[in-house]
Design a protein around this ligand. Structure first.
Ligand SMILES: [Zn+2]
Length: 134
């Protein structure tokens, strides 16, 4: 019983962490091929340049709250963005939800390896088809 609670609590912590990492990888894959800095300028709308505030940067939640559109210019944000963020959260948290408290190093290791592998694969797929994604 305690193990199940422990697994769920850990997964509840890792879910948003994985989504945040997914959000970061999204930026990496968007900017690196263009030769842009990962740190500057801060996150902004590609269309109108609107600088995203903290409440526009919450993975998945911000997308839903803004109904998938830029708050400033109303242009649609790709549906793939929140999907990839959500899947990143699940990828990191599911191994922990299954066996995290009994085998923490294994669960975290598997989750991390899967998360990175999924993003490397996605990055390679995107490179082949530059218009995919957004
Ligand atoms: Zn905009």
């Amino acid at each position: 019983m305690l193990d199940i609670l422990c697994n769920l609590l850990g997964a509840a912590f890792l879910l948003p962490l994985g989504a945040a990492l997914g959000s970061f990888f999204e930026v990496v894959l968007d900017r690196l091929p263009r030769g842009e800095s990962l740190l500057w300028p801060p996150s902004h709308c590609r269309t109108c340049g609107h600088r995203l505030s903290a409440d526009e940067l919450v993975p998945v939640i911000s997308y839903l709250a803004q109904r998938g559109r830029c708050r400033a210019c109303d242009i649609p944000i790709g549906r793939g963005v929140p999907i990839r963020e959500g899947l990143s959260g699940l990828t990191l948290s599911l191994p922990w939800a299954v066996a995290g408290c009994a085998h923490p190093v294994f669960a975290l290791g598997i989750g991390t390896v899967l998360l990175v592998a999924v993003w490397v694969a996605w990055g390679l797929l995107r490179r082949r088809a530059p218009n995919a994604g957004h």
